[in-house]
Design a protein around this ligand. Structure first.
Ligand SMILES: O=C(O)[C@H]1O[C@H](OP(=O)(O)OP(=O)(O)OC[C@H]2O[C@@H](n3ccc(=O)[nH]c3=O)[C@H](O)[C@@H]2O)[C@H](O)[C@@H](O)[C@@H]1O
Length: 456
């Protein structure tokens, strides 16, 4: 009720009140209509966005279930997400996978190379492709060392029509997908967390890649039809604290000195199990300190070269009782021949439908150079190739998982596939340094000398 102050008599309000009520009713109706219209619009827009998203993820993208096998979990998970965005995206991706895996020689292999953008993986992929085998690469491009080197290797592979799928060996969905597309005759399994000393910094990355990743791969391989034959990278480090030299395959390997060695040893035990239960043909190769062009920057010969060229000091380890440390350094081309020889002599797996039909081949070989060289000698060779004097700090080997000495007996690899290393450390390092200065565009005395020695 309204009260009008003042002397004038109050107006007749009955009509105006009705009008006001009517107007307010109309306003309410209109605003409800507006609200309904905008909700409808909002609903439609939401529906449209949802449909687009569903389409996007179900048709073009595989499930985002990849897990990380590398040492940089977060970076890698992101990488997996990104890679998932690229793998499996339809017909053109499948076409690349098929094309890359198709052999171009009669009875050629179709090989899945894991760790194909890695050092040994890229060299082996090229060698297999060159002789007419089909090669499909798989690599997670983790950042354990400079990923741009891995990308450069990938580029090289792609020039030779080798496609590298970006993904992880722990991603069984991806692995199954690859096996759905291609009936691989072989797997060359080189993806791993490498490096002896880094295992103290990031132990779980070794378990993720070298144990869990290997099992994930074997699970897919055992269920595949046909089952592929598998050749994979073990390590000279499994000999651990063995003092009996040279190391032979039947020597004891139950005293690993590093977690890295322990995971490789675990891999050998796991290989035995999958061979025993499922009839997978498995060959483990114990590599001895592999070096060469396109090598790994975390290895001593590689970062010594870098540091010597930059006039930085290098640590040269000696044992606790001040004896020299030595390695059976093995040149990459010899290792490639060993890998190819192992693939060529690998028998077929014997299982199908996840069941073993009869006993299958199970092998393990040393692939070394049979001529250990001390680290001090390695540095001397680099000094002369680089024409720079190294700033050496000779220190006692920290307790970091390193072993003092390695020396391979390779008679079994020679007997079974003619493995015979032919490159001594000086010739191999010459090739490495030549590649190094070229790749990193280094203008140095070393480069001039290497170039001129080439023209003579
Ligand atoms: O043979 C193998 O199975 C292993 O070979 C290498 O391991 P490693 O032999 O320790 O190779 P580097 O790390 O390059 O070391 C070579 C030598 O240099 C020595 N070193 C290393 C680093 C350093 O600062 N100073 C130094 O004297 C090491 O003690 C070792 O004797 C690889 O890094 C492993 O991935 C591989 O599995």
């Amino acid at each position: 009720m309204q009260y009008h102050i003042g002397g004038a008599s109050p107006p007749d309000t009955s009509k105006t009140t009705k009008l006001e009520r009517y107007n307010s009713y109309i306003r309410r109706v209109n605003s409800t209509k507006l609200l309904q219209a905008s909700s409808k619009l909002l609903f439609r827009v939401t529906l449209l966005v949802a449909l687009v998203l569903i389409f996007f993820f179900t048709l073009n993208y595989p499930p985002l279930s990849s897990s990380s096998a590398d040492n940089h979990h977060n970076i890698h998970s992101t990488n997996n997400f990104l890679s998932s965005a690229f793998y499996g995206s339809g017909a053109s991706w499948e076409k690349q996978v098929r094309h890359s895996s198709t052999p171009r020689r009669p009875n050629g292999f179709s090989v899945l190379v894991t760790g194909a953008a890695g050092f040994v993986g890229s060299h082996c992929s090229l060698a297999l492709k060159k002789r007419g085998d089909g090669v499909l690469g798989l690599d997670n491009f983790n950042s354990y060392y400079d990923p741009s080197l891995k990308r450069a290797r990938q580029k090289l592979l792609s020039k030779h029509e080798i496609f590298v799928v970006e993904g992880d060996i722990n991603d069984s969905e991806l692995l199954n997908k690859l096996f759905d597309i291609v009936p691989f005759s072989h797997i060359l399994h080189l993806a791993a967390q490498a490096g002896v000393r880094y295992a103290m910094q990031n132990p779980l990355s070794y378990v993720n890649s070298n144990v869990a990743g290997f099992v994930s791969l074997l699970e897919v391989a055992k269920a595949a039809d046909p089952q592929p034959a598998i050749v994979w990278a073990s390590s000279s480090s499994v000999y651990g604290l063995n003092s009996k030299v040279p190391f032979s395959e039947n020597d004891r390997t139950d005293q690993p000195a590093s977690l890295y060695a322990a995971t490789k040893k675990a891999g050998e035990a796991i290989a035995h199990t999958y061979n025993h239960i499922y009839g997978l043909s498995l060959t483990g190769l114990r590599f001895f300190t592999v070096y060469g062009p396109w090598g790994r920057p975390d290895m001593a010969y590689f970062f010594f070269t870098k540091d010597i060229l930059q006039n930085k000091g290098i640590n040269v380890y000696v044992t606790q009782d001040e004896k020299e440390v030595a390695r059976d350094f093995t040149y990459i081309d010899d290792i490639v021949k060993g890998c190819v020889g192992a693939l060529d002599t690998a028998e077929k797996s014997t299982g199908s439908g996840g069941k073993k039909r009869r006993p299958a081949q199970l092998r393990v070989y040393n692939l070394g150079n049979t001529a250990p060289v001390t680290v001090a000698k390695l540095v001397g060779i680099l000094e002369s190739l680089l024409s720079v004097k190294a700033k050496k700090h000779v220190i006692k080997m920290p307790r970091n998982g390193d072993v003092p000495y390695t020396h391979a007996n390779v008679s079994q690899a020679y007997r079974d596939f003619g493995y015979k290393p032919t490159t001594d450390l000086a010739s191999g390092l010459r090739k490495f340094v030549k590649w190094y200065v070229g790749y990193y565009g280094i203008q140095s005395r070393a480069k001039k000398e290497l170039d001129s020695s080439n023209t003579h």
